[in-house]
Design a protein around this ligand. Sequence first.
Ligand SMILES: Cc1ncc(COP(=O)(O)O)c(C=O)c1O
Length: 254
Amino acid sequence: MPVGKVGPLDWQQQLDLGFELIDAQSVGSLAACIVEPILSSGGILEPPVGYLAALQQKCRERGMLLILDEAQTGLCRTGDWYALQRDGVVPDILTLSKTLGAGFPLAAVITTAEIESAAHDRDFLFFTTHVSDPLVAAVGNTVLDVLTRDHLDEQAAKLGAYLRAGLEELAGRHPVIADIRGRGLLLGVELGGPEADQLGAAVTRRCLELGLHMNIVQLPGMGGVFRIAPPLTATEEELSLGLEILDQALDRPR
Ligand SMILES: Cc1ncc(COP(=O)(O)O)c(C=O)c1O
């Protein structure tokens, strides 16, 4: 059952328990906690509202930094510029990738001047061949301009609602669809039943034959969860075509 549906006491208790276990194994100098605001490759799992704020509180109590990894969720994908906006939590460090480079290998680490200078004072090093590469930086700046100019946050919210409605319609006709979740244009479709892993693989194969690349969670036991993250610039016609193909594949997987 998705975490968000079990009630506030349960997740708070689980968070408390998790930190009790961490504290029991720590010498007391924990550096940071890094999380995705929506677990993407883990099966499109959304923490309940309040979870990230409670996690930040746990971090503060221990002098730890909170790092939010928005490589997948950031830059308009969820219908907001950042998924963290739903929770109103400002992390100490934010990481971005994927959308930022529009296909180019570009990632960013965003933090405060204070943390940056503490890292510098402690001689922390980070370098790669392409660090501060002006070409990909120019691409990244253009991506930010286009996201702003074309209001792709609003577009992702609108297309996400369209896609979700289509998936819900499919779920009405395919009882094997057990859950639809996610936000904006980052949606998860979970297949139910004991054969979900094999069925997920068979539906993925059939979709590919029909011209649709589907991304399925690769974790054992979670192989029946599709991760759907179409381009932010997709059209309703393209989403409809994807839904039609998924419909056919669910009818006759192989
Ligand atoms: C959640 C998340 N964080 C970080 C990364 C790593 O991104 P990159 O290799 O672009 O830095 C990925 C890549 O799949 C990811 O999905």
